[in-house]
Design a protein around this ligand. Structure first.
Ligand code: DC
Length: 228
């Protein structure tokens, strides 16, 4: 992928990790504390999946999904400090965690054309801004040049319990398998990423560890280091 260089005022903090590792909650809280915007990149993959389902497309049909992605008008809108996706002007936020989306989002996100298109949209919207972005490949593939990369993990049983506590029956092991073994931009620990195991940490614990690392890397040192 040809990536336009990021301007010097652009700051991306990449928070990657497997499903239910706690990365969304952590990334949102971190963005709030830093006054940055927050983008959950998984929501773009979920919105694309919802859009395919709405059009009656078989999400396992790679070429139909790729064509739909190529034709989709993708926007990243924002409300306050949070970005959210709009596909063909459709705000699908209330459907992003529907069971049908949960069941189909991993195969849709494994389609190389989908990844290419959504990764480009994510880079475009980060340009010139300070954003905390969470996902699977943000540090490894979408923004390999950012110095601020984190990988949040947790024991599989802890993650499965978290999903159940959120009232969702999603099978974590199945999602892990598809996300980690797809050929394009699989879930992986990015080179240089700080790995944090959240199994026994609460949100404050994980955010504190990230702030400490950012502080030691010199990011907005006055703000970070005085607050912690
Ligand atoms: O984080 P999540 O569970 O909402 O992600 C939904 C799916 O989207 C997940 O199966 C992996 C995929 N995804 C991805 O492939 N790349 C990203 N940057 C973010 C999510």
């Amino acid at each position: 992928m040809t990536k336009p260089a990021l301007t010097k005022e652009t700051v991306v903090i990449a928070i990657d990790g497997p499903a239910a590792s706690g990365k969304s909650t952590v990334a949102r809280e971190l963005a709030k504390r830093l006054g940055y915007r927050f983008l959950n990149s998984g929501d773009l993959y979920r919105a694309m999946t919802w859009s395919c389902l709405q059009s009656g497309i078989d999400c396992k049909d790679i070429s139909a999904v790729a064509t739909a992605a190529g034709n989709a008008r993708i926007k990243v809108a924002h409300e306050g400090n949070e970005y959210y996706p709009k596909i063909d002007e459709d705000d699908a936020r209330t459907h992003l965690r529907d069971p049908a989306v949960n069941a189909n989002v991993s195969p849709v996100s494994a389609v190389p054309a989908v990844r290419y298109i959504l990764s480009a949209a994510i880079r475009t919207h980060a340009q010139g801004r300070q954003t905390v972005i969470e996902g699977r490949d943000i540090g490894s593939a979408v923004f390999p040049e950012t110095p601020y990369k984190f990988y949040i993990d947790a024991h599989p049983q802890v993650r499965q319990r978290r999903r159940r506590n959120q009232g969702q029956n999603e099978e974590i092991a199945q999602r892990d398998m598809i996300d980690s073994t797809r050929s394009t931009d699989p879930l992986t620990v990015a080179a240089g990423a700080t790995v944090i195991d959240s199994s026994t940490l609460d949100v404050n614990g994980v955010v504190g560890a990230i702030m400490g690392q950012l502080c030691s890397q010199g990011l907005s040192a006055a703000l970070l280091c005085s607050k912690e």
